[in-house]
Design a protein. Structure first.
Length: 318
């Protein structure tokens, strides 16, 4: 009963804070027609400029496996911004906000002419940052650092970058898989990203490079570090450790694929069984990251406990 009332109060508080910033509601504006006209013009201009890149982005979230994490990150970013609300001391910075908005429009137009999707989509986040600064100031952007970060991470990397990253990851996964197979006394021959087994060949393609899981795990690491950890060092450590976790688990995936293909059936190297194996090992990656986060939380608490007596000893006595 008490927790339900607390939740309702929190939602009502966020509603009051948000409506107080709108023209003529809750005392947040003068209520003049010009205020509402400005809001309407801003909304229409934003939709006209950024509806097309956002529609393409949403389509990629739905259709491209490497961009699918955006379906999680974008709604979570909106929810976090809503949950955190607007700072009580928020003050508009019109000059800087207009400068950022003009820059976002220029980036959007230039990217549209060059047909560069990543920059075009990034201009959406830049424009939202400019609008936030214009209405609420720079402090509000800092207050919403996590929603803005998640929104940025929801934008798929440029194809040029993914291709440059995928090939080294393919070779790394191939080497790790082949090494683990040799440890299990499986006759194996490695040639680049091709693992040759007796009667079978495994191609570690770009889809098996682990780049998708790495991108998704980094995004989850950012979210998990912000939600569970208190210190900057702990947050950075968790995000950095997400990289080797993703790489090692993907190497294990290649090993398991080769092991099952050799000892059980070639069907484990393709189709539904192969995809299922990838999803299960991604869950292992998430569990490993959660375990690391828990260990960092424990370490932070221990450090805080050790520092507390020191602070008490150094505090001035009356």
């Amino acid at each position: 009963m008490g927790s339900g009332a607390t939740t309702s109060d929190g939602v009502l508080t966020n509603i009051r804070r948000f409506t107080a910033t709108l023209p003529g509601i809750g005392g947040g504006g003068s209520g003049r027609p010009a205020d509402w006209t400005g809001l309407a013009v801003t909304t229409l201009a934003f939709v006209a400029l950024f509806a097309q890149p956002f529609a393409g982005l949403a389509k990629d979230w739905w259709t491209l496996p490497e961009a699918g994490h955006g379906l999680l990150l974008a709604p979570v970013a909106v929810w976090l911004a809503w949950r955190d609300g607007v700072r009580r001391d928020a003050a508009p910075n019109v000059g800087l906000g207009l400068a950022v908005l003009i820059f976002a429009v220029l980036v959007r137009c230039a990217a549209g002419l060059a047909a560069e999707l990543f920059t075009m989509r990034a201009s959406i986040v830049i424009a939202l940052t400019g609008l936030t600064i214009y209405r609420f100031g720079v402090r509000q952007v800092i207050h919403w650092w996590l929603p803005f970060t998640l929104a940025s991470l929801s934008i798929p990397l440029p194809e040029l970058v993914t291709q440059a990253l995928a090939l080294p990851l393919q070779f790394q996964a191939s080497r790790m898989g082949a090494a683990l197979l040799e440890l299990r006394h499986v006759p194996v021959q490695l040639s680049g990203n091709v693992i040759r087994l007796p009667g079978h060949e495994l191609f570690v393609t770009e889809a098996c490079s682990g780049l998708r899981s790495l991108t998704a795990l980094l995004s989850v690491g950012v979210l998990m570090s912000a939600m569970t950890l208190r210190t900057l060092g702990g947050r950075v450590l968790l995000v950095v450790l997400a990289i080797p976790i993703a790489i090692v688990v993907n190497g294990i995936r290649v090993f398991l694929t080769g092991f099952l293909v050799y000892f059980v059936s070639p069907e484990f190297g393709q189709g539904f069984m192969h995809e299922t194996e990838g999803w299960l090992l991604f869950l292992v990656s998430l569990a490993s990251l959660a375990l690391v986060a828990w260990l960092v939380v424990v370490a932070e608490r221990r450090v805080a406990t050790w520092r507390m007596p020191t602070r008490l000893e150094t505090a001035p006595h009356a």
